[in-house]
Ligand binder design. Structure first.
Ligand code: NAD
Length: 353
């Protein structure tokens, strides 16, 4: 197949890990006979410096003409001035909004080789492989609000329409069909009206996916179960704020922030793929960043936007194999242990294809 991919390296370690991700993508193209046409655009701090806008028109057009967006990271000390008219992260938010990317997918997995980095008993971590599907454009973060101003009260409103719940539930059920066919919907239906709508809508959408087992868990219980029985979850569907909190809680199950990828999807196959971590300015320019979250983001792009499941799995399997061989970037090496550079780690991944 032929696919057009917008490549946005951004700031900090972004260009370093993106350069390695493009090597992995090229290798996949070569091995499986695909043509991935990649075009670079500016986003974040570098776009502010060069164009005066964190999400320039040229980048928007490039993304509009592409099948998917691959982004590394934005931000850094240089642009940290809170009074500046534009900030790197603003470019990212503008892009999510522009493309109406309402579903955020975050897989979290414990690698047996890294279990020692997770602050939970090893027996609880066996088989942990969770996909969070977080609603990204509704709920209390976007509902009617009142700022404090000079007054004594303020509020945010957790507002959801049936249509908003339906569309993200469809994404979650479809993802469950491609995995272990189990979906846990998180809510607070015992207290919140919006969450009763959430639950009844998810139950209705489930009628279209009879091959997927559905259960409902209250958010407070879910926070506990993620630590007491993390291996029992497959796909976890949650509204915006609950998903934000639970997916961060669960990220510790992976051992390092550098390991985690994400996908932001809308109504079509088009999507934005980026590692969960930021631009890591403290280690930028040293060729020591962990590229795994970036590589797994490429795998998610192949899986969800390009429907290339075997190709996605080839990347995931290669990373598993390199970790099992004992190769580690600095963030996942034990104190005093030798560590691989970003480039060396990538060479080892490429050698597995
Ligand atoms: P960060 O994720 O950049 O870094 C947190 C810590 O994790 C740092 O010690 C860093 O060295 C380490 N780390 C992160 N990614 C790593 C990797 N791939 N390999 C090894 N170590 C890694 O978060 P921060 O320091 O709070 O933020 C730095 C900048 O990134 C800020 O400007 C912030 O606004 C921005 N940010 C951007 C995004 C994004 O682009 N999506 C997300 C979060 C933060």
């Amino acid at each position: 197949m032929k696919a057009n991919i917008a490549v946005l390296p951004g700031d900090g370690v972004g260009p370093e890990i993106m350069a390695q991700a493009l090597r992995v993508l090229a290798k996949i193209g070569e091995k499986f006979g695909h043509e991935f046409v990649t075009k670079e655009g500016l986003i974040g701090g570098i776009a502010i410096d060069e164009i005066g806008n964190s999400f320039p028109d040229a980048t928007r057009q490039l993304c509009e003409q592409s099948d998917a967006i691959l982004l590394a990271a934005v931000g850094g000390y240089k642009w940290d001035n809170p009074t500046a008219p534009d900030r790197p992260e603003r470019g990212l938010l503008a892009m999510r909004k522009h493309f109406e990317l309402f579903a955020n997918l975050r897989p979290v997995k414990t690698y047996p080789a890294l279990a020692a980095y997770v602050p939970l008993r090893a027996d609880l971590l066996e088989g942990v492989d969770i996909l969070f599907v977080r609603e990204l454009t509704g709920g209390a973060y976007f509902g009617p609000r009142k700022e404090m101003g000079d007054g004594d009260d303020a509020y945010d409103t957790m507002l959801y329409s049936r249509a908003e719940v339906e569309r993200v539930a469809n994404v979650a059920f479809r993802a469950a069909q491609m995995r272990r066919k189990k979906l846990t919907s998180v809510d607070k239906a015992n207290v919140l009206a919006s969450m009763r709508l959430w639950r009844s809508t998810v139950v209705k959408v489930h009628e279209e996916y009879s091959d997927v087992a559905l259960d409902h868990v209250l958010v407070d219980a879910c926070a506990m179960h993620l630590l007491t029985r993390p291996a029992s979850f497959d796909v976890v569907l949650a509204e915006n704020m609950f998903g934000d909190i639970l997916s961060d809680e669960a990220s510790v199950l992976a051992g390092s922030l550098g390991m985690l990828p994400s996908a932001s999807l809308g109504a079509t196959a088009f999507g934005l793929y980026e590692p969960v971590h930021g631009s890591a300015p403290d280690i930028a320019g040293k060729n020591i960043a962990n590229p795994i979250g970036m590589f797994l983001s490429v795998a998610l792009m192949l899986r969800y936007s390009l429907q290339l499941e075997a190709e996605a799995q080839a990347i995931e399997t290669a990373i598993d194999a390199v970790l099992a061989d004992g190769l580690r970037t600095r963030d996942i090496a034990r104190p005093g242990e030798d560590s691989a550079t970003t480039t060396e780690f990538t060479d080892a991944v490429l050698a597995k294809f």
